[in-house]
Structures are given as C-alpha cells and as structure tokens.
Design a protein around this ligand. Structure first.
Ligand code: C2E
Ligand code: MG
Ligand code: MG
Length: 801
C-alpha cells in the first residue's frame, strides 16, 4: 500500500475512484463506498506484499543456486585431490614398482582448505555444515593413515603389501570419504531443488492473486461506473420532472383549499405558508414568514390529540390547536402534522382544517344532552351516569355518599295560578339557590318538574349543615316578575352504601324518605329508614313507583263502554287509569289513586288523563251521527288546586273534541270539601258546555240540598247498590230512591257495576236505562271502543229485557 500511496500516478486515480464512490454513496448507503475503497486498497497492498515476497524468494533461490554450484565445484576439486593423493600413496608404498617417490606427506592443510571453501558456501544451512565437518574429520583420518603407511613403506620398503590390514582400512576410509562427498553433493542438489520449487510456487500464487484481485477491482469499478451512469440518467430525468413538480407543488401547496404551512423544527419559524393559511389567520403570506409558531399558537398544549414536539423526532399525528388570528380572534384548527425535510433542514408540515364552528356545535350538543335547558343543571340521565361513577370511586375509597331528593312543596299551585312562565323562572331561581348552597360540596341535578337531586358527601358532620342550609335557602321569599313567592321543600336522603348500592336504589329510597317528609308536615328533611312500618313502606313504595311510572310514561288509560240498555247502543265510555308495575304487578286505581291524591301526584296524572281521553274521544267521534261521550274522573285535588277549567279548555282545544262529548265525574266528597269553589267551577264548566256527573252517587252526603246547589247533568248509581240487587231488598229500596230522586230533579241516570242480567232487568224495569258494567264490557283500549260502538249500533233490536 505504501508503494501505491506514495506513487504520484496513483493519487489522481484514487481521487477519481473516491468521487465515483461518493456520487454512488450519496444515492445509496453511506457505508458501502468506503468499504469498497478499503477492499480495493487492501487487494493492492496484498498484491504488493506478495510480489515483494516473490522477488525475495527468487533472489534467495538464485543465491542458493550459486552457493550450491560453488560448493559442488569445491567438492569436485577436493574429490580429485583426494583421488590423486590416494594414487600417490599407492605409488609410495610400492604397489606399483614402476613409480617411486622419494618422500611422501599427506597435503592435509590444502585439502582442509578445500573443504572449508565448500563449507563457506553452506552459510545458514546446518546440515551442509555438519556434513562438511564430518568430511573434514574423515580427511584428517585419511591423512593420518596415509602418512603412517607412507612412513612405514619408506622406512622398510616392501613391508606394506596389499595384504597389510592398514592398507585395507585406508581403502575403506577413502571410499567412505568419497561417498560422503557424493552425499554432500546430493544434499546440495536437493536443497537447490527445494528453494527453486518454493520460489516458483510463490510466483504462481502471486500471479493468481494478482490476477484475481485485479479482476475484482475491475468488476467493482465497472459496477461503479454503470451505477454512476444510471444516477446521472435519473438526475437528468429528475431535472425534467422538477418542472412538472413545481406546477404540482403550486397546485398542492400554494393553491390548496386547506391552510398549510411548514415550520422549521430548530427555530420554530414558519418557512412556507400557503394562501389559505394566510387567509385563515388574516395575515399576508409575507407577514406570516416573519412569525414563529408560538406567535400563532397561544397555548402550550393541544386541545385534543397528539402533541407538537418542539424538537426532532416527534410523532406525526393529528391534534386540535387554538390559533390566534391577526385581529386576536381564536380559531380551533385540526392540525395534521408530518415531519419532513425542507431545504435540508428538519421541518414539520402542518395541514389544517378550521373546526371552530364544528367544535362549538359539538359542545352545544353535548351540553344539551347533559344539561337541563331551563335551569342549566345536570339533567337526570347525565346525573345518573355521574352518580354511578361517584359510587364506584366511593366504593374504592370506602366513602359514604348522600343522595338528597328535594321536592318543592307548593310549586304546582304557583305554576297553575301564575302560569308556566313564572313557574319556569321560579325553578331557574331555585336551581341557582341550590347550586349556591351546595357549591363544591356535591353535584346538583334537575330530576323532574319540581324535583332536584344532589349527590354529596354522606359524612354526618358535612351533610347536616348542608341539609339545614338547603331548607333555609328555600324558605326565603323569591321575587319573580313582580310576585313575591314563598316556596318550601321536602327533602329525603338515602345514604350509600347503607340504603342502596346503585343510583336507582338510592333515588328510590331518597324519594321514599322525601315522601315521609311530606307526610310529616313538609318543609323538613327525613332520612330513609328501613324500619319504617310495612304499611308506610308499601304506601311509600306505591307512591315512589307511581311517580316513576308517571315520569316514565308507564301509565295507560282504558275505556269502559256505557250502554243504553233499552236500545243496545253504546252511548259513551269512562276513562279508567291502569298501571302495571314491574315490581308490584297490576295495581288497582282504588289503591293507587288515594296515594296519588295524598302526594299531590294526582294533579299531574289527572291532567294527563284528561288530555288523553279528549284526544282519543275526538278520534271515535269523527262520525257526528254516532256521538260517543267520554267520562273522565276528576279528583278533589284537581278542584281545589290548580286551574281545572283552564286544563279542560286546553284539552278540548288541542283535541278538537266538542265540549258536549266530555263529562267530568266528581264524587260527592270532592264537592263538599270546598263547596263554594266547587260550585263556581261546576258552573263554569257547564257554561263551557262540558257535562258533569256525580260519581258513586248514594255513598256520600246524598242531600237533595247540595244536588240543587251543584247543578249537574247525571248521577252514577254506585256499584255497591247495584251489586245488592236481587240480594238485599233494603239496598234495592235505596236504589229505587236514587232513581226517583234523579227523575224528580231531572238528572240523567247511569248505573255502574252491572254484572248480571238480573241487575239489568231490575234497572230497566225501574226506569234506569243507562248502564256500565262487566255484563256489557270491561274497560278496553281506546282503539277497541270504535269497534264496540259500531257493533252495538248494528244490532237490529234492543237487548232483551
Ligand atoms: P269509579 O269512577 O267508580 O270507576 C268505576 C269502577 O268500577 C272502575 O274500577 C271499574 O273497573 C269498576 N267496574 C266497572 N264495571 C264493573 C262491574 O261490573 N263490577 C265491578 N265489581 N266493578 C266494575 P277501577 O277502574 O278499579 O277504578 C276504581 C276507581 O278509581 C274509580 O271508580 C275512580 O274513582 C278511580 N279512578 C279510576 N281512574 C281514575 C282517574 O283517571 N282519575 C281519578 N281521579 N280517579 C280514577
Ligand atoms: Mg268514575
Ligand atoms: Mg264510580
């Protein structure tokens, strides 16, 4: 590598290569190019190292060749010298008599020099040195033997013969020495062969590696070049597309109907703003580019949804933010934000939708669904939900809660005498008072007409002062539209968990306790007590459940037809309330009507029955040729409090029923409770053309005086008398007297409770032709009345007497 890097020609090539890689790496992964460069440079370094090693190997092989050749030459010389010397010795010892030598000394130093010269060429090779050392020893031996034999033969010629053992030994050593020389030569040859083979093998390997890495580098370069060409091509294409994109950008960004801007993440400055964004916030686009996001977004957090992080790496997503317009108005925008690159910086693209009106409408709808329109208090449905949530929390925290049921004592009178508008204003003021008293101590709801509910902490030291304040707040006079009104409240309380563990049970028991407060003289509070007497509990239950049934629209009205027994025609029908309760089953009006009267609930229920009956009767009477009258029972309370005349007028007007087809049934007792008021009301009703009947006639006062005073249209003979017909002659005599009175005073007459043909015959024979009873029909649904009327009219002959 050092060679290549140092080479001035390699430098531009490397730079070029780096550039190619750089362009490529800009498009692709940044790591690949440096790695490829490292790979190429490593290949070059490896090749260089191999080449160096190869030349070293070759040089070494060459020097070895030279050394071996010189050694071999030295050995040749040595061998020749040894041969000569051996011959010389034989000459000396006279084995060849034709040749004699005067003196003989073995030329040991010259031979050892010869061997040393050969040994010098063995530098670094142990084996060669060792072999030559052995050879030198052998020569020394040979020299010593030769000198001894030569000496012997010169001193005593002929003493050394071919049989002399020393001569045999000398020959043997001489051959050994010759063999050693041969061995050394072969060894040298082997060594030379080895170094030449290694040098040539290294050379082959280096060539192969050079070729391989060269090929790899070439392929890599080729690939880079091709890639580069492709990138250039796509860049050219991108340039062409840029023009099209500029137009698209204009359409997508600048002219987009949604406000869009781009915020630089680091500085939070607006770096691009479209026309609609500027328009939405009342700025010019150029003005907006001077702003930071914080100048537009007043709050630090979104109203809903994902946060807008002010740093890199935030989540993309949608959130609703409030933005201030140039004029200071607040607009809620649903912002979709996306992290992007803008001019090489990290930025956030925000696409917005103005949802101010939408949010306001949603809030309004939510408010309407959860709050009472008149008082602004939580409504019943939402209250129940909140209560159940609070109960769960209380259960976890082991807390006591109090359900406070507050019912106004005389609201109905105010409403009836001063009208609904005053009533509504009063309720709104009462609501404010309750809210003021309760404050943070609980949640207040309007539960029904004049019923309010509070859920508060049930701990006695907190609860009792609250209840006292509530009662006190109610008793203060209230000014409404110039009237000074006095309102009192009855309050019932049930406690969680002692008196119930869900909203339903707590409300029911608080209602029962409230009823107790009313029973005990009103304007007070009572806690629910499970030990209340059976009867009271049952009445409480009836009143509580009846109230709920009425509120939930679970009451129905059936109609019992009234007949002319002489002709068989249906002349009218009496509206009778029916109530089937999920817990109590079917409850008789004889049971629940007195309870409804005690609680005052009958006023609301009575008004509702009146309207229902008029509405249904108007439908039966579409054919004026066959009029069917409807009789509606009216409770004494409806007479005493409230605007009965007004209610009747409204019911007739709304239904379109002719007044002559409506009859109100009142009991004698009802009339006698407030005779003056009753007389005035009856007179007024009759003036309107509405008929009046005295119900259950004969069971009450039955004084002819009051009958004269209260001008009525019809008497209803009580079913107790009718039941005794054919059984008890005394009762029959009373019935006859009633019939006589009616006739004398010119009242119409109808008998109720006609169950048998015996009843019918007796009544017909004694001049009472109209009847109602199970003999003819039980009470039926409004829809069935028209059918019964049609069937009865179709009958050719009067019913048999
Ligand atoms: P009422 O006004 O005297 O109604 C007649 C009662 O006699 C009804 O009882 C009716 O079902 C029952 N009846 C009819 N025919 C026969 C029969 O042949 N035999 C016998 N044993 N009974 C018969 P109901 O419906 O139980 O009503 C009882 C009372 O409840 C009514 O007596 C009425 O005073 C009161 N009531 C019913 N509906 C209303 C209402 O809408 N308002 C008021 N204020 N009171 C109502
Ligand atoms: Mg009746
Ligand atoms: Mg009756």
């Amino acid at each position: 590598m050092g060679d290549s890097a140092g080479n001035p020609a390699a430098k531009p090539a490397l730079i070029g290569l780096w550039r190619v890689l750089h362009v490529w790496s800009a498009q692709k992964t940044r790591l690949v190019a440096p790695l490829a460069l490292i790979a190429i440079l490593s290949a070059i370094a490896l090749n260089t190292a191999i080449a160096l090693r190869q030349s070293h190997e070759q040089r070494y092989a060459l020097s070895q060749q030279r050394a071996v050749e010189s050694a071999k030459r030295d050995l040749d010389e040595l061998q020749n010298a040894l041969l000569d010397e051996h011959e010389q010795l034989y000459t000396v010892i006279g084995t060849r008599p034709f040749y004699r030598r005067a003196a003989y000394i073995y030329p040991l130093p010259a031979l050892i020099d010869n061997a040393n010269a050969a040994q010098r060429t063995c530098e670094g090779r142990e084996r060669c040195i060792a072999l030559l050392d052995e050879l030198k020893d052998m020569i020394r031996h040979l020299g010593a033997l030769s000198n001894r034999l030569a000496m012997l033969s010169m001193l005593k010629p002929g003493s050394v013969t071919m049989d002399t053992p020393s001569l045999g030994e000398l020959d043997a050593r001489f051959f050994q020495t010759m063999q050693k020389i041969g061995e050394i030569r072969m060894d040298e040859d082997a060594h030379l062969d080895q170094s030449v083979t290694r040098a040539s093998r290294d050379s082959q390997m280096a060539s192969a590696l050079l070729l391989g890495s060269g090929l790899a580098a070439a392929c890599l370069l080729l690939a880079f070049l091709r890639r580069n060409a492709r990138i250039t091509k796509s860049l050219r294409k991108a340039l062409q597309a840029a023009d099209v994109n500029r137009k698209k950008y204009k359409r997508l960004f600048q002219l987009n109907p949604l406000p869009i801007w781009i915020v630089d993440d680091a500085s939070m400055r607006l770096v691009a703003v479209n026309d609609m964004a500027a328009k939405a916030l009342g700025y010019r686009a150029s003005e907006m580019l001077e702003l930071r996001l914080g100048d537009l977004r007043m709050n630090k957090t979104a109203l809903h949804g994902a946060p807008f992080a002010h740093a890199r790496g935030h989540d993309d997503g949608t959130a609703i933010w409030e933005h201030r317009t140039k004029s200071g108005e607040l607009r809620s925008m649903n912002v979709f934000q996306l992290q992007t690159d803008f001019d090489g910086r990290t930025a956030t693209l925000c696409v917005m939708e103005d949802v101010t009106t939408q949010l306001a409408a949603q809030a309004e709808l939510r408010h309407r669904a959860e709050y009472d329109a008149l008082t602004g208090l939580t409504n019943r449905k939402y209250f129940d939900e909140r209560v159940n949530r609070e109960l769960q929390q209380a259960s976890r925290a082991g807390k006591t809660l109090a359900m406070i049921f507050l019912d106004l004592d005389n609201f109905k009178e105010v409403n009836d005498s001063l009208g609904h508008r005053i009533g509504d204003a009063l309720l709104a003021q009462i609501a404010r008072r309750i809210e003021r008293v309760v404050g943070e101590r609980g949640t207040v709801a309007r539960y029904g007409g004049d019923e309010f509910m509070v859920i508060a902490d049930g701990a006695a030291p907190l609860l009792e002062p609250l209840l006292d304040s509530l009662l006190a707040a109610m008793t203060e006079p209230i000014q409404v539209a110039g009237h000074e009104l006095f309102i009192e409240a009855s309050i019932g309380i049930s406690l969680y968990p002692a008196d119930g563990d869900d909203a339903d049970a707590l409300v029911r028991n608080a209602d029962a306790a409230m009823y107790l407060a009313k029973q005990n003289g009103r304007n007070q509070y009572q806690f629910y007590r499970p030990e209340l007497s059976e009867a009271a509990t049952s009445r409480l239950r009836i009143s509580t459940r009846l109230r709920q049934a009425f509120r939930n629209g679970a009451l129905t009205v059936l109609y019992q037809p009234q007949f002319d027994m002489a002709t068989g025609t249906m002349i009218g029908a009496e509206a009778l309330l029916r109530w089937t309760d999920a817990e109590l089953g079917s409850v008789s009006p004889a049971v629940f009507i007195p309870v409804a009267e005690e609680t005052g609930l009958i006023r609301g229920i009575g008004e509702w029955v009146l309207r229902e009956a008029c509405r249904e009767a108007a439908r039966w009477n579409r054919d004026p040729a066959r009029p069917i009258r409807v009789s509606v029972n009216v409770s004494p309370l409806q007479f005493e409090h409230g605007d009965l005349m007004g209610q009747v007028r409204e019911a007739l007007r709304d239904s379109g029923l002719p007044p002559a087809l409506l009859e109100l049934e009142v009991t004698e007792g009802a009339l006698m409770r407030t005779p003056d008021l009753a007389a005035r009301t009856l007179a007024g009703l009759r003036e309107m053309g509405v008929r009046v009947a005295i119900d259950d006639f004969g069971t009450g006062y039955s004084s002819l005086g009051y009958l004269k005073r209260f001008r009525v249209d019809r008497l209803k003979i009580d079913r107790e008398f009718v039941r005794e017909i054919g059984q008890d002659t005394e009762t029959e005599a009373i019935t006859l007297a009633v019939i006589a009175v009616a006739k004398a005073l010119n009242f119409e007459l109808i008998a109720e409770g006609v169950e048998t043909s015996g009843h019918r015959d007796f009544l017909l024979q004694n001049g009472c032709t109209h009847a109602q009873g199970f003999l003819y029909s039980h009470a039926v649904s409004a829809g069935a009345i028209a059918d019964i009327a049609a069937n009865a009219a179709a009958r050719p002959a009067p019913l048999p007497v």
